[in-house]
Design a binder for this molecule. Structure first.
Ligand SMILES: [Zn+2]
Length: 106
């Protein structure tokens, strides 16, 4: 089972075309977000929000059936923006770890 789902961040680790029709390839070491994951014969196919793959009918894909082999990507863990906001809010409300100095000898 592939541990990728729409909205996940992925990094392209292999952008060498394996088919002559694959003229549109993701950039190596660049981050993308997963638009769609599909099970196909022999593995998984990914579509990305940032880039449309080459289409078997020619040009950038608009048919929705084309994608890249999921093995070209690795998942990158980044906090979702909403979770990051919660964490920032926690930091803002944290009590100081050290007590405020108290004057001695009063
Ligand atoms: Zn297509």
């Amino acid at each position: 089972m592939l541990d990728l789902r729409p909205g996940d961040y992925v990094e392209c680790v292999d952008n060498s075309p394996r088919s002559p029709i694959s003229t549109i390839m993701p950039e190596g070491d660049r981050l993308y977000t997963v638009e769609e994951v599909r099970f196909i014969a022999g593995g998984y196919s990914l579509r990305l929000n940032e880039l449309a793959p080459s289409c078997y009918m020619g040009g950038p894909c608009t048919c929705g059936d084309c994608g890249w082999d999921a093995r070209r990507f690795r998942r990158v863990y980044r906090p979702e923006a909403r979770k990051l906001e919660l964490f920032k809010a926690m930091l803002r409300t944290l009590k100081p770890a050290i007590a405020d100095p108290v004057p001695i000898g009063n």
